[in-house]
Design a protein around this ligand. Structure first.
Ligand SMILES: Nc1ncnc2c1ncn2[C@@H]1O[C@H](COP(=O)(O)OP(=O)(O)O)[C@@H](O)[C@H]1O
Ligand SMILES: [Mg+2]
Length: 266
């Protein structure tokens, strides 16, 4: 008789349900601050920040760390004051993706060293890499630097980018898989892979996100037929054809990126 009392107490039930809801909410909403980092340029840091991470976090701000002054000139070094500002900004945000431009990574790591424990502002360090040999060497240096800062292995996660689907992942990333087998100071999974995909280039000319293109309700195949019938001008027809291709690419890449996010972001 007394066994069931706490369960039937409406207040206790309400508290229990709201705690459960909060836990589920936390898991599903992914409140996270993520740094995207690599000593190498052109590995897809900005692409990963923009198209993989930010769209899958609630209201995530993308904070680019670039040593470019507001007047467009190269500022050279990342100043301590900028790092202070970033730490300050991170404390006001629930979700953020910090995209650390290659020219600033060394300064950034140095500053994380000076401010003891500042790496703890981040829940995850995502390190994109590509098959080219030089980039893999730089990636290994990046992984070493993070680990030396005291970041735990499960918080350092590699995403294998610009992969040719015809190639064997373990072979093209052999340097990285070897390093992982020797050290285990980071997380590496062959399913965390983004294949070469023309959408990332094509989308640059549009001021729309992948999701907006995918969810565009217009039926461009039907519009194309109409345009042919009515003899629409060539530039209009070309735009329609481009949108047919983009929507198809956007739909497919969204499914792929959803799967990568699920594997990579705990
Ligand atoms: N998976 C991919 N497939 C095709 N092109 C890609 C892919 N990832 C990135 N790119 C392209 O490679 C270039 C470098 O990517 P970017 O994100 O700017 O790198 P980073 O920020 O590391 O310098 C960009 O032109 C981008 O569009
Ligand atoms: Mg970039």
């Amino acid at each position: 008789m007394t066994r069931r009392r706490s369960n039937s107490n409406p207040n206790a039930t309400r508290v229990r349900d709201s705690v459960a809801a909060a836990l589920i909410d936390q898991q599903e909403r992914h409140t996270m601050k993520i740094a995207v980092i690599n000593f190498s340029g052109n590995v897809g840091k900005s692409t990963v920040a923009q198209h993989l991470l930010a769209p899958r976090l609630d209201n995530a701000a993308i904070i680019p760390i670039e040593s470019i002054n507001s007047d467009g000139t190269e500022a050279g070094t990342l100043r301590g004051s900028q790092f202070d500002e970033l730490q300050d900004q991170l404390m006001t945000l629930e979700n953020a993706v910090v995209d650390i431009g290659a020219s600033n990574v060394e300064d950034f790591v140095g500053l994380m060293q000076s401010y003891d424990g500042s790496h703890k502002d981040f829940d995850l360090f995502i390190v994109p890499t590509v098959p080219a040999a030089k980039q893999q060497v730089d990636t290994i240096a990046t992984l070493r630097a993070l680990s030396e800062l005291g970041v735990s292995a499960s918080k350092i996660r590699v995403v294998l980018n610009m992969v040719d689907p015809k190639q064997d992942i373990a072979r093209i990333f052999a340097k990285l898989f070897d390093f992982h087998a020797r050290t285990s100071t980071f997380w590496l999974d062959r399913h965390a892979v983004i294949y070469q995909n023309p959408i990332f280039e094509k989308i640059k000319g549009f001021d729309k996100s992948i999701a907006e293109i995918k969810d565009d309700p217009r039926d461009y195949v039907a519009l194309n037929a109409q345009a042919l019938d009515t003899g629409a001008p060539e530039n209009e027809k070309a735009y329609i054809r481009q949108m047919v291709a983009l929507k198809r690419l956007a739909s497919r890449v969204t499914t792929d990126l959803d799967a990568v996010f699920k594997v990579m972001v705990p």
